[in-house]
Design a binder for this molecule. Structure first.
Ligand code: WT7
Length: 633
């Protein structure tokens, strides 16, 4: 197990050590894992190239670190508790031994479908245990998984499968979410029509609904498992071989295939999991995120299972069948650490006290949040009503690209302040720069958050696009990893994350690029162009505002047109990306080189008349025009 810091002085000491001697620090942690062969070199890096390699030459399999390493001690301990959408359906539990058998069998299914080391496997599943099993089976045989959130449309799914050139897709007939049934197989079929690289589509039976069946490529999960042998030797991998690709949004339209490699990600997720949550053997840990996002990868699957934890996986939503669902799950499984998003908290808070007041949750010790800035009101509600004033809150700041948590309290070890992610974890060297790239030293400063030294969990590249990786993360401030977030370091040296500084909008903790939403809007036959911005929203944090220019709006058809534009975005991307508000305008403010000035649109929506010098715009008059129209709505 990785070492655990248990006091503030211990943290200060470890932090100093991790900065003074990063390679020694991480090598000590790496040594607690099981390696087939030790590494040749701890770290080799250059943020200018950019290149990062940790533990190169080290040979291992991450599933041996989850299973073989723990079996002797905890074969019969519960590894995974699966809580279904409908509380009347039975919970499923897997011990480490049982989960291992499933993983090995499915590893053989993949091998039977000719999946080899380095091949990509796309996974488009709801929150069912098979999702965890499929990911680990890929890791067992050295295949690279690419999980695609089950809320994505067929178009978005196809785009991701094509980019990764996946050989196999794993999906289900359908999925349960609240009172809805999602037709995953239909969506997958539509996507597969555009994905010639996929030879097999393995389908988990979940809803038993009617589906189309294509004998050439469709295979039932359970049939394939029945045929598979239970013994699956693991592929010996290099620490720097890819573990997975996870697509995320950026400033431009194309999703980015963030690539994580095995060794560094393993060490980093395990270390941060144990320390931030102060996990102790025997605790039950519940992260309510979806595995379709990085939080689920790192802190439902890999981090907890690497540390021999009992991890809860929940299929449903916080509001079904009532807004007490999380609290029921926490009591039912005697959860000790609970991790969720500010949006979920705000939405539960808005439903009223009656849904929580009859639950005192004596097992709870630690509460966590992730994904977006938490406002003080939600922080206090979480602290007082969920945690009964006795649980520290860990506000964990990190990103898909960082692999694991970066700035966060260690529960009960680092004193917290509402809405502050507090201090960097050991090994993390944040740097704040102004817009010119000049370093801002000392406390009471605000600027762009960068990281100046590699940590083991940093993404190594973007799939098939190292140039874009280089541009996006290392191009803006030379020699630094740029996060895209604004940050304030207060008078005590505590960090408060202010939110995205780039063209990314964080809606309910989901990250969306303005360009990808605009591209989807622009697909509408009546739309000429559009600009999308985020605006403050009570529950979602940020909501989406779209300014749309049409070539023609049929008389009296404004609402109908807004509706069909919204539907188009849901179809092209996902319902999450559907604009909350649309305003039809005559034109958009642009620079002389034709760049849309979203900054000005943001100010219009914030009712902040201070636009700066707009005389250099291509069309300065349009600003006032939009302002008047905006005030009318
Ligand atoms: C962006 C990353 C990290 C897993 C889930 C989201 C925002 C994340 C916090 C936090 C304020 C946060 C940032 C970041 N963010 N955590 N604790 N406080 N903002 O991963 O989709 O890659 O999004 O989420 O803006 O850049 P992601």
């Amino acid at each position: 197990m990785v070492p655990k810091i248990t006091s503030l002085s211990g943290y200060l000491h470890e932090y100093q050590r991790s900065i003074a001697n990063p390679t020694g620090f991480w090598a000590n942690i790496a040594e607690t894992f099981f390696w087939r062969k030790k590494w040749d070199n701890i770290l080799s890096w250059d943020f200018h190239k950019p290149k990062v390699e940790w533990f190169k030459g080290g040979k291992l399999n991450i599933t041996e670190n989850i299973f073989e390493r723990h079996l002797f001690q905890r074969g019969e301990q519960t590894a995974l508790i699966w809580e279904p959408n409908n509380p009347n359906e039975a919970t499923r539990k897997y011990t480490y031994e049982e989960l291992f058998l499933e993983v090995k069998s499915f590893a053989n299914v993949l091998r039977n479908h000719a999946v080899k080391k380095g091949d990509r496997v796309a996974i488009y599943l709801p929150m069912v245990p098979e999702l965890t099993i499929a990911m680990l089976a890929c890791a067992r045989i050295g295949a690279i998984h690419s999980v695609i959130f089950a809320g994505f449309s067929s178009n978005a799914l196809a785009e991701r499968i094509q980019d990764a050139e996946a050989k196999v897709l794993i999906t289900s007939d359908g999925g349960f979410r609240g009172d809805k049934i999602i037709n995953l197989k239909d969506t997958a079929d539509e996507a597969l029509a555009k994905c010639p690289t996929v030879d097999s589509n393995i389908v988990v039976k979940r809803t038993s609904q009617n589906i189309q069946w294509n004998n050439k490529i469709d295979f039932w999960w359970h049939d394939e498992m029945d045929k598979a042998c239970e013994d699956a030797p693991s592929e010996v991998m290099d620490a720097e071989d890819p573990l997975f690709i996870l697509y995320t949004s950026g400033s431009t339209g194309q999703p980015k295939g963030v690539l994580h490699t095995i060794g560094g990600y393993m060490i980093y997720t395990a270390y941060t999991f144990r320390n931030v949550f102060q996990y102790s053997s025997g605790d039950v840990y519940f992260c309510a995120a979806d595995i379709g996002w990085i939080t689920g990868h790192s802190y439902i699957v890999y981090g907890p299972l690497l540390e021999g934890a009992t991890t809860v996986m929940f299929e449903g939503t916080p509001l079904y069948p009532t807004p007490s669902r999380y609290w029921e799950i926490i009591n039912k499984h005697e959860v000790n650490q609970f991790y969720t998003s500010p949006t979920a908290l705000r939405s539960l808070m808005s439903k009223g006290q009656e849904w929580i007041e009859k639950f005192n949750m004596p097992s709870l010790r630690v509460l966590g949040t992730v994904g977006e800035p938490i406002n003080e009101e939600a922080w206090h509600w979480y602290h007082d009503h969920v945690g009964g004033n006795k649980c520290p809150i860990v506000d964990t700041w990190w990103q898909t690209e960082t692999g694991g948590m970066m700035i966060s309290p260690l529960a009960g070890v680092i004193p917290t302040k509402p809405a502050f992610a507090t201090l960097p974890l050991p090994g993390i060297q944040p740097l704040i720069v102004d817009n010119e790239g000049d370093k801002l030293c000392g406390n009471s400063v605000e600027g762009n958050l960068c990281i100046k030294f590699p940590w083991p969990g940093i993404a190594r590249t973007l799939w098939n696009n190292h140039d874009r990786y280089s541009d996006v993360y290392f191009g803006k401030y030379k020699g630094l990893f740029y996060t895209g977030d604004g940050v304030r370091r207060d008078e005590d040296g505590y960090y408060r994350i202010l939110g995205r500084m780039d063209d990314v909008i964080n809606v309910s903790g989901h990250r969306l690029g303005t360009a990808e939403i605009e591209n989807a809007i622009n697909e509408h036959p009546l739309v000429t162009e559009s600009a999308v911005i985020g605006y403050k929203h009570e529950i979602k944090g940020k909501a989406i505002f779209a300014f749309v220019v049409c070539n023609h709006i049929p008389e009296g058809a404004d609402d109908e047109l807004k509706n069909s534009i919204g539907k188009g975005v849901s179809m092209m991307i996902s319902a999450i990306a559907r604009p909350d508000k649309i305003l039809f305008v005559e034109g958009l403010p642009k620079t002389r080189s034709g760049k849309i000035m979203r900054r000005i649109l943001r100010k219009i929506v914030e009712n902040n008349g201070d636009y700066g010098d707009i005389s250099t715009l291509l069309n300065p008059d349009i600003v006032e025009q939009i302002e008047i129209q905006y005030k009318d709505i």
